[in-house]
Write a protein that binds this ligand. Sequence first.
Ligand SMILES: [Zn+2]
Length: 221
Amino acid sequence: MSLNSKQNVRCPKCGQMTDVTVWNSVTVSDSVDLKQDLLRGQVNMFRCPSCGHAALMPTPMLYHDEEKRLMISFSPCHDPILKSQLFDNIRKTSKESGELSNLEGYNLRFVTDYNELLEKILIFDNGMNDKTVEMIKLMILSQDVDKSVDRVCRFGKRDGDEIEFMIYDARENQTYTSRVPIATYETVDTSLRESGVKPYSFDWEQVDGAYATKLLQGFNN
Ligand SMILES: [Zn+2]
């Protein structure tokens, strides 16, 4: 069930007070419009009617797509230590409450970045798995190893027989696109399955560049 609350927020720029609807839970089956707002980056985004200042509300949100058996726990956070504590916490509470047994066959993801949340929704909406997509992103970034530290690669869209990725280079302040054939996705996906990577979760997972790097190291060893 989608759940929200109203918060009265003071604009950090101009001091104007505004009522903001904050969503703690978004369930796709009962709120298609809300999902569209989320994909447009409008959910839990504070916008000051007086000065136009925009900022993400620091509210955790649970995204649930029952049909796709996908649950994403989003906790806005930029601090790596806090991130790791939050992740340990969700694993611990899920285990203690026994909720994991109700989520068999699910993909359970933990993210702390809004763009990563939206990216994961898009990947699963396109019938793909983010573990495979993260491997391909790593392959794309490794084509230019020297620049990879400044770059963020995100799934863009599925376009016919190709997947389009967006690569943002922070140093150059430029965005590039990279296109990968669907056949490459399928090859990588098959090899992941053959190596024992399951298309569902046994617990909450962080599926990101670090995850893909670990998988790759497993292959090489
Ligand atoms: Zn303002």
